[in-house]
Design a protein around this ligand. Structure first.
Ligand code: NZQ
Ligand code: ZN
Length: 389
């Protein structure tokens, strides 16, 4: 196991009715808040009313940035930074899923930067400081509620890039599973694929001796498998939604990654499908993951896939290890299909037209090579995209 430092300063308030802590939590940071949210789901399901009631009752002055798009665009970040600077905001309160939270993180960092916030995303300038951020989560997927990353798109340049800084960790996050009851089925499914993919990205490494982390990872995967279909079929099943909601941050808050040398693979390819076609993040991952698994399966990696098959899917360990590996990949694919996720790019209307460009962009963004379980170069990425058609 490699050396690691582990610190998660985000306070988590989990469960029904936990939004009541908002009053106390906000007071630690000041009296002027920027509320950020997406296209309006929080107005339909009552979350907006509940939060603004709390703010009004406590004389907390608030400004609003609404309409943050899925795969948040730098334009929304710019708008948010302006509101914060014009009004000397003390805290950003993001209500929503990964897109709203990520946009808010970029705004938080942009507040302390004099130039265009895209410089921070494109790494032209470093993130130095950030406004404090609180989260009311409405969707289980990205784990952005408990990590230091944000992914921002620039639709003009067809780029989707990642920033990371410890100052971007939310100060507190409120996770009420009932807030996910109104989530459309397709988003529930995409979120589950995302959680599983984050776990896979850390789990699939070679011989790192991080035994405990891999057992944590398997528990997260088994939780997604046990409750995924229930959460998909029964929007208001509290137990299922609660387990999925707690799986999400744990898949990406460092728990399963620390002590391991895992450089992610599938996410680097998936982000190009979103940059080029606006494909939902979790849908891209669900299509690519089984294809990637089959592509990288070889003598060096078969033991890890067999471990996955036996420990996660309960496949008979006495079978041939290649047989176990292939069965595990098949079961992964079938699981995604069982929650309504597509299996191929053609199913979502994507053809051959941009495969080369996307493969090149994916490679360029990662300095020429993606991942380290099996390092992927241009030809590998292109082949994976072709097989995903
Ligand atoms: O915009 P509204 O109207 O709120 O609707 C949203 C949106 O259309 C809807 N929704 C969310 N909660 C709802 C709801 N609808 C009804 N009821 C609710 N309770 O769901 C749609 C999708 O929301 P979005 O926030 O885009 O989804 P998600 O949480 O999957 O976030 C995706 C973004 O996060 C990035 C992705 O790349 C993508 O840009 N990621 C962020 C990561 C991170 N920060 O660590 C890691 C991930 O790998 C990922 O890349
Ligand atoms: Zn993801």
């Amino acid at each position: 196991m490699l050396n690691f430092n582990y610190s998660i300063p985000t306070k988590i308030f989990f469960g029904k009715g936990q939004v009541d802590v908002l009053e106390e939590q906000i007071k630690d940071y000041g009296t002027k808040v920027l509320l950020t949210y997406g296209g309006g789901s929080i107005k339909k399901n009552g979350i907006y009313d509940r939060v603004t009631d709390i703010l009004n009752q406590n004389n907390i002055e608030f400004y609003e940035l609404s309409g943050i798009e899925p795969n948040p665009d730098i334009k929304s970040v710019r708008e948010g930074v302006k509101i914060c600077k014009d009004n000397n905001v003390d805290l950003i309160l993001a209500i929503g899923g990964g897109s709203t939270i990520d946009c808010s993180k970029a705004i938080a960092a942009g507040y302390y930067y004099d130039g265009d916030p895209w410089d921070l995303v494109s790494k032209k300038a470093p993130v130095t400081n950030a406004l404090p951020l609180g989260v009311v989560l409405t969707m289980s997927a990205t784990g952005s509620e408990m990590n230091s990353g944000a992914v921002i798109s620039n639709r003009e340049t067809k780029q989707k890039l990642h920033i990371m800084h410890s100052n971007l960790m939310p100060k507190f996050s409120i996770l009420d599973p009932t807030y996910t009851f109104t989530l459309p089925k397709e988003q529930t499914a995409a979120g589950i694929a995302d959680i599983m993919s984050h776990t896979f990205e850390s789990y699939f490494t070679l011989n790192d001796g991080a035994y405990l982390q891999d057992r944590f990872a398997e528990a997260i995967l088994k939780t997604c498998i046990k409750y995924g279909k229930i959460a998909y079929d029964e929007a208001e099943n509290y137990e299922a939604k609660a387990n999925i909601m707690w799986a999400a941050p744990n898949a990406i808050n460092g728990l399963v990654l620390c002590g391991k040398n895992a450089i992610w693979s599938v996410h680097g390819i998936a982000q190009e499908l979103t940059a080029y076609y606006g494909l939902t993040h979790g849908v891209a991952l669900a299509i690519l993951t089984p294809v990637w698994m089959e592509y990288v399966l070889d003598d060096e990696r078969v033991d890890k896939f067999a471990e996955y098959g036996v420990n996660v899917w309960g496949i008979d360990p006495n079978k041939d290890k290649y047989e176990i590996a292939k069965e595990a990949i098949e079961k992964t694919s079938e699981f995604f299909t069982s929650i309504g996720l597509p299996k191929s790019l053609r199913e979502v209307g994507i053809g051959e037209e941009n495969l080369e460009k996307m493969a090149q962009a994916a490679i360029d963004d990662k300095g020429g090579v993606i991942g380290n379980f099996k390092p992927l170069y241009y030809d590998d990425v292109l082949e994976i995209l072709r097989r995903a058609l």
